[in-house]
Write a protein that binds this ligand. Sequence first.
Ligand SMILES: [Zn+2]
Length: 448
Amino acid sequence: MAAPAEPDVLHALANVTPEHIRYTVTRLVDFRTRNTVSSMDTDLPPNTGVTAAAKWIEQQFRDISDGCHGCLEVKTDTFIQPGDPAPRSRIKAPTTITNVYAILRGTDPAQASRMYLVTGHYDSINSNVFSNWADTSGFAPGANDDASGTAVSIECARALSRHHWPATIVFAAVAGEEQGLLGSSHLAKLAKDQGWQLAGILNNDIVGDDTTPGDTLRDKTRVRVFCQGIPATATPEEIKRTLDLGLESDGPSRELARVVTSVGHTYFHAGTFRPILEFRLDRYLRGGDHLSFNKQGFAAIRFTEWRENFDHQHQNVRMENGKQYGDLLKYVDFNYVANVARLNAATLATLASAPAAPEEVRIVTTSLDNSSTLRWKPGPGTPSPARIDIVWRETSAPDWQIHQQVPPGDAANGSLTLPVSKDNVIFGVRACNAAGQCSPAVAPMPQR
Ligand SMILES: [Zn+2]
């Protein structure tokens, strides 16, 4: 059920190249350390440290904006993170943290307030700091973790800024991730406080794959997409209702991830590259910046390579028993990062072209009935008439199996009855444009 590829999206994807990504990751590694705490160092050599890296990223967004007649609003958000004396704290004294982001405003006034955001963390760390939090002197290349994700954000900006999209896209690079998601927490709170209508966040963290010879279990055709089922902000009543209805796999983050699957089918040939949804928040005992957005009530998911190499993550750069440790440039596979960037860019472009997801999606339960009546209202700014699709799947299936376009009259009325038992399937309602680009689906709540 892959939707057809859109010419504008294909043109944008053609601007994503492994050479751009190699350049970005190389330049970020050249700052020697991007440890967030290095923002307080006064004796750094020129062009090293996290502050210099932030300025460089800001300039990249400005250069991209110059290439599209100033289409990006380039912003920095600098704040002082208070120190935390807790024993496990990695930031014990007040520290300056800077997030950098660029906004590509949507071209449809009715839809431009809806936003999608792609982010990576540009800070790095090496394991020196596990014994001394303030030791920022060590080489912390962070080529994979997470110059690769930062390169995805910049590359999406470069590719997508050459075209117009109805809704707004934000390209972000945050810091303080390694000290406890500090930059993303600040950005997510800023978004919430300023009333950003963030309809989806794509976090890219460790998307460089690894080129170490001899690892036969690597798979360069796969990227993991971590997506939480029940929202982090769900109340006990909402959790109970969700479990009662068997909708624990239909939270907004997971529906967002299903869009990534669908976009993957459209823009990648079978067998070349595909997202694998991971139905969990993150890897065991690990976290990432998507969580900061989840906690503010936003749908947010994480992209991470299929198989991490922990010898090349957070490690002090060193040789030990003939083995190289460290997150070095030479291990990043720029072709792989380019595929991740294309998948992100295609997802952002699709979502920013599709209408807003429907609202007040309901399934009528006034009487016992083997058919199903669905009702919905158009999301804000939805062009009229909008195409509505009903999708459904068996309750044990991970992804949508059937989709049916609602006849125009029923779409206008916001209601459709199907000869399918609501007790046997999970339904979703999504809004689409004429080209077949669709919003995330919304699972219906019962209407008595
Ligand atoms: Zn990371």
